[in-house]
Structures are given as structure tokens and as C-alpha cells.
Design a protein around this ligand. Structure first.
Ligand code: ADE
Ligand code: ZN
Length: 331
């Protein structure tokens, strides 16, 4: 049976992972103490408990709030890539969502320079490479989203440290009651600056919201995209335009409560429809699951053998934002 197979040695690309969601519980406790953030418990194993997307986001925001200084971001960046490498991740494209830090007076330049410093050191140590995706937090609204992109573009033009690692812009957090089209100014600014584009959509919103992301925001990937198969026209378009869907099966069970069991997840039907769906963890520390274990869980749930999981890994390579030369090395 595949359930016991270890996928650690299979080289994997991870395209949907929030750097704050990789924070080791011990690091959360340590940074909270240093920065004077009150935690509901001092026991790291007690920290990551939630029973809905909103409950999860409360914890996610608490974890984010422990990041107070450039050095904190550097430590997080370093540990996140070291841990990813230990799971056999050879390349990751990692979200960071600085809305509440910027609102609290941190400078985006420090966030990016810190993450870059830690990630660069870990890349040297492990050989695993990491891109950054600047993520808009929907809860802060379209104005904050545009301000984030404008500041990022300004820093890139000035050649600020670490900005070359930020290859794209995304959008996360709550979906309910939010029209993605209202974020068009931020996406237009990002596109004009040559940044790659993705958005979380369809974690708990309908297929029509995914269509809006393609039509209005011009995204090249969609993160989650769970209801894509509900709409045959959208399905055909995602297949024909080779839109990457960054799927997070275990997250969908534990965080969004979308399905009772992995076996009920639409991933196999996405493949039957010819879609480029990659497998990712979303928030590995918060769900206590590395990408090797995510692969093992998927293989077990759907009865897929090693060769099938190699195909899954190659879809990650194809939908990554690596250049052709780098992709060729990984194929
Ligand atoms: N931020 C981190 N994880 C998230 C998720 N699963 N959905 C929305 N926003 C997130
Ligand atoms: Zn996510």
C-alpha cells in the first residue's frame, strides 16, 4: 500500500505556501516573548487549533503579529527554507502577507530584505531555491493592496535588497462578500511592472469568482480553485490556457472544512479534465504537515503509485515561475 511510502526523496516544487504558515511553533513562542505579544498558551503544541477558515485566520494573524523586526523575518525566511529542504522541496514560491505589519508601521523594505537574507543563507546551505510572492490581504481592502504593489514597484526600481526575489503578486485571506474585481488597480500596477500574477480564489467562493480573477485581474495561476469543475466553460478555459491551479488538499480538509475526507477532494477529477493542478501544503507548520507527507496523503487517498506522483511533481515544475533553463533541470 502507498500509505507508508516516503516522498522525501522525490524532488518537489511548492507553489502555494505562506511563509508565516511555515513558522515553527517554538519560533512563534520565542518571537512573541521578544516582541511582547500575548499568546493564549505557552505550549507550542496547543497553539495551532482551529475549526473553520475564520478560526484559522485568527491564528494565522496572531502568528503574523509576532514578526516585529527585520531579523525576525530573516529567521523565518531561513527556517522556512531549511524545513522545506528537509521534506525534499527543491524550489518554492512562497507568499508573504505584510498588510498588518505595514499598517503597524513596518517598512516593506525591511520585510523583504529580512526574508531575502534568511532565504539566501538557507539556499546556500541546502540548494533549495525560493521565490517570494507579495500577497495582498483582502481584509485590508483594495486601497491597501494597491499601496503594497506601488511600494514594491518603487523598491524594485531603486534596486532595494531582496526585491529581485519577489517575482509576483497574489491575494489571500477571506473571500466571502469580497468581489475580486475591486482589486484590479493593484493587479494592473503589478502587471505593468512585469510581476507575475496569482490569486487565492475558490477556497470558499463559487466558480464565478475564479472567472472574474481570469477576466479582470488577468491571473496566470489560481490558488485553491476548488469549484472550477462546476463551470464547464471555465474548466475548458483553464485547461486550454494552461492556468496553474495550486491545490492544497489537506489544508482544504483541516482549514476550510470543504470536504470530510481527502478521498472526497476534486483533485483526481481536475486531472481527468486535463487541468494543471499542483499539490501543496498552504501552511505546513499550522497543519503540521510537510510536502512529503502531503504527497503521501494524496497517494494514499487516491491509490496513486510512485510514477503517478512523479507526474504530480512535474505539474508543479510546469506551473512554476522558473525560467525554461531551470525547469529543464528539474524535468
Ligand atoms: N492565509 C494563509 N492560509 C490561508 C488560507 N488557507 N486561506 C486564506 N488565506 C490564507
Ligand atoms: Zn493559501
Amino acid at each position: 500500500h502507498q500509505g507508508m511510502t516516503s516522498f522525501r526523496v522525490l524532488p518537489k516544487v511548492e507553489l502555494h505556501c505562506h511563509v508565516e504558515g511555515t513558522m515553527r511553533p517554538t519560533t512563534v513562542v520565542d518571537l512573541a516573548r521578544r516582541n511582547g505579544i500575548a499568546l493564549p498558551t505557552a505550549d507550542p503544541t496547543e497553539l495551532y487549533r482551529y475549526d473553520s477558515l475564520d478560526g484559522f485566520l485568527e491564528i494565522f494573524w496572531l502568528v503574523q503579529s509576532t514578526l516585529g523586526t527585520r531579523d525576525d523575518w530573516a529567521r523565518l525566511g531561513h527556517e522556512s527554507v531549511v524545513d522545506a529542504a528537509s521534506w525534499g522541496v527543491v524550489h518554492r514560491e512562497s507568499f508573504f502577507t505584510p498588510a498588518r505589519h505595514l499598517a503597524a508601521g513596518q517598512d516593506l523594505a525591511d520585510v523583504v530584505a529580512g526574508l531575502d537574507e534568511g532565504m539566501a543563507a538557507a539556499e546556500q546551505e541546502t540548494g533549495t531555491t525560493c521565490f517570494l510572492i507579495a500577497d495582498i490581504d483582502r481584509a485590508y481592502g483594495p486601497g491597501a493592496g494597491l499601496a503594497l504593489v506601488e511600494r514594491l514597484v518603487e523598491l524594485r526600481r531603486a534596486g532595494a535588497p531582496g526585491t529581485e526575489r519577489v517575482v509576483g503578486v497574489g491575494m489571500d485571506s477571506t473571500e466571502l462578500g469580497i468581489d475580486p474585481a475591486t482589486f484590479a488597480p493593484a493587479y494592473d500596477a503589478a502587471r505593468a511592472a512585469g510581476l507575475r500574477l496569482t490569486a487565492h480564489q475558490g477556497e470558499n467562493s463559487p466558480a464565478s469568482a475564479i472567472t472574474t480573477c481570469l477576466d479582470v485581474l488577468g491571473v496566470e495561476r489560481v490558488d485553491h480553485a476548488l469549484p472550477v469543475l462546476d463551470d464547464p466553460d471555465l474548466t475548458a478555459r483553464v485547461r486550454d490556457e494552461r492556468i496553474g491551479l495550486t491545490v492544497c488538499p489537506t489544508s482544504n480538509i483541516l482549514i476550510a472544512n470543504s470536504f470530510p475526507r481527502l478521498a472526497d477532494h476534486p483533485l483526481p477529477r481536475m486531472y481527468d479534465a486535463g487541468l494543471l493542478a499542483s499539490v501543496n501544503t498552504d501552511d505546513p507548520a499550522l497543519i503540521d504537515l510537510g510536502l512529503d507527507e502531503e504527497y503521501a496523503a494524496v497517494a494514499e487517498a487516491f491509490g496513486w503509485d510512485w510514477a503517478r506522483m512523479v507526474e504530480v511533481a512535474l505539474i508543479g515544475v510546469e506551473s512554476s515561475w522558473l525560467d525554461e533553463d531551470a525547469k529543464r533541470v528539474l524535468r
